[in-house]
Design a protein around this ligand. Structure first.
Ligand code: NAD
Ligand code: UFG
Length: 333
């Protein structure tokens, strides 16, 4: 297929482009490079032997979007582009709604006008909100008690996509709810390299390992979990990328479908630190601090629907993710 990947130079997008190209798909990337670097294209070439066509276009630039869709027919769109920093979304809600929601509306308008009938969307476990904890499955209520505008944009976009699939019966929508992506490409060439101050656990762990941050703060060790720290479902980014190939097959039938992409297994913050230390052979400085508002004690996926319907499941472990993260870090030096 000829596939447009929005956000394709970003962390998850770039790993997905590699898997798509390895399977023989023709990939074109749209990205405004707000949170990624153009050098990623060269890294993709080093891994796959091909450089994807690149369009430096902002989703909010509707005219340029139309020109792109008018000039090339795409069989499918995989839509990663968006802003994703939870704390920043609380400070700048309008920017988040505009970028993520208006950006997606522009994309869907172009898809309708130019008859592009398949879309896969990057949603998040955050749509389950604060009422759900423990094992989460797709039948659970979403959209209640979401604690930040970033999460709200994901919920709103899910609803927009479902409405669009109802109004355009030829459209196929696959919504993928990611759990916590970690790790890097085994080559050490691609990995998470966010601009600015990181919030998520692994980017902070990486900065601590590099000596750029003195110590990791563990946000609370008094949760009702075996070691007192929060439990999340960490999924290797290459497994996640492969989930998009499986989802592409599901776009053969129209309508809207939703799948969790997670491993089904939870790891605590202390277990992640231990796994990182085992992989690096060095201690990772850390201390316990207060709880972070809005964090739930335990979240992990029920991934059985993706296994059943997409024939997809994770193959890599947290230990693999730590090994690949360290390899990526060493490669950056
Ligand atoms: P990322 O920031 O590395 O990649 C997103 C890409 O989108 C970046 O390259 C950025 O420059 C681009 N972009 C943003 N706004 C744009 C716009 N208006 N026009 C064009 N390009 C734009 O993020 P990621 O971790 O790869 O996440 C990809 C998607 O997955 C996002 O939608 C994110 O919300 C979602 N997601 C991520 C996580 C996570 O923990 N990483 C978890 C759940 C869901
Ligand atoms: N944590 C720390 N110290 C840090 C950073 C994180 O202890 O410096 C802890 C958090 O308290 C939490 C765990 O590490 O227990 C994971 O935190 P992240 O911020 O990495 O991830 P979250 O589970 O909070 O949220 C992430 C993304 C969301 C996405 C969600 C899906 O930020 O966008 O996963 O479950 F929606």
């Amino acid at each position: 297929m000829k596939i447009l990947v929005t956000g394709g130079t970003g962390y998850i997008g770039s790993h997905t482009v590699v898997e798509l190209q390895n399977q023989g798909h023709q990939v074109e990337i749209l990205d405004n490079l707000f949170n990624s670097k153009i050098t990623v294209l060269d890294k993709i070439n080093q891994i796959t032997g091909q450089t994807p066509v690149f369009h430096q276009v902002d989703l909010l630039d509707y005219q340029k979007m139309r020109e792109l869709f008018a000039s090339t027919h795409f069989d499918a769109v995989i839509h990663f582009a968006g802003l994703k920093a939870v704390a920043e979304s609380i400070e700048q809600p309008l920017r988040y709604y505009e970028n993520n929601v208006t950006g997606t509306l522009n994309l869907l308008k172009c898809m309708a006008e130019f008859k592009v009938n398949r879309i896969i969307f990057s949603s998040s476990a955050t749509v389950y909100g604060n009422i759900n904890s423990g094992k989460l499955d797709e039948s659970m209520t979403t959209g209640v008690d979401i604690t930040n505008p970033y999460g709200e944009t994901k919920h709103v976009i899910e609803k927009i996509l479902e409405s669009e699939a109802t109004s355009r019966p030829e459209l196929s929508v696959v919504i993928l709810r990611y759990f916590n992506p970690v790790g890097a490409h085994i080559s050490g060439l691609l990995g998470e390299d966010p601009n600015g101050i990181p919030n998520n656990l692994m980017p902070v762990v990486m900065r601590v390992a590099e000596g750029k941050i003195k110590e990791l703060q563990i946000y609370g060790d008094d949760y009702n979990t075996p070691d007192g720290t929060c439990i999340r479902d960490y999924i290797h980014v290459v497994d996640l990328a492969k989930g998009h190939l499986a989802a592409l097959k599901a776009t053969d039938t129209p309508g809207a479908k939703v799948y969790n992409l997670g491993s089904g297994k939870g790891s605590s913050v202390l277990e992640i630190i231990k796994a990182f230390e085992d992989a690096s052979g060095k201690p990772l400085p850390h201390h316990i601090s207060d709880r972070r508002p809005g964090d739930l004690a335990e979240i992990f996926a029920d991934p059985s629907k993706a296994k059943r319907e997409l024939d997809w499941q994770t193959e890599l472990t947290v230990a693999d993710a730590m090994r690949d993260t360290i390899n990526f870090l060493n490669n950056q030096k």
